[in-house]
Design a protein around this ligand. Sequence first.
Ligand SMILES: CC(C)(COP(=O)(O)OP(=O)(O)OC[C@H]1O[C@@H](n2cnc3c(N)ncnc32)[C@H](O)[C@@H]1OP(=O)(O)O)[C@@H](O)C(=O)NCCC(=O)NCCS
Length: 156
Amino acid sequence: MEPADWPASKALRLEALQDSPTAYCETYADAVGLPDERWQALAARGAVGGDSFQVLAFVDSRPVASCVGYRERDDAGLAAVYVTPSWRGRGLLDRLVREVAGWARAEGAPRLRLLVHESNAPAQRAYERLGFVVTGHREPYPLDPSTDEVEMALTL
Ligand SMILES: CC(C)(COP(=O)(O)OP(=O)(O)OC[C@H]1O[C@@H](n2cnc3c(N)ncnc32)[C@H](O)[C@@H]1OP(=O)(O)O)[C@@H](O)C(=O)NCCC(=O)NCCS
């Protein structure tokens, strides 16, 4: 994506936080109050030339899906994965992950890792279909530490 895509990225992120509150480590209430400078800075980091890699998919100028790849120690991480409900089950996750996996390979990362909430079975199944496997590592979900997030990884 380009830095100028920040309004679309912001709109989709706010939609995601309302649609799936336990899928992310941030609440809608916190995010909706952020100044536009924060959204612009985030978009600049994910855009070409930034230190992470954000993919933003549009249909007829409307943002419908997004995710972010980032370097995490020796590996790459995948986060902020979201497909708008009317576009789920149509292969967009596969396309997003392929883009990030290509970026991560070019960065020299051996694995693409993610954390998914233990209750999010549809997402876990979707990642398994794409070749991710459960690593065995779990960690408390920051917004509700009585529950866990499960780590999954794709060998690149
Ligand atoms: C997880 C997610 C990214 C998968 O994207 P996708 O493009 O739908 O991926 P898939 O095509 O592989 O389908 C995934 C599942 O969604 C189901 N699905 C299809 N259409 C759907 C819809 N309109 N609403 C809800 N689920 C739907 C699919 O049937 C499949 O579930 P199944 O394993 O029970 O068959 C997407 O469902 C999503 O954005 N969910 C909300 C946010 C989220 O959980 N993000 C992941 C955080 S780790």
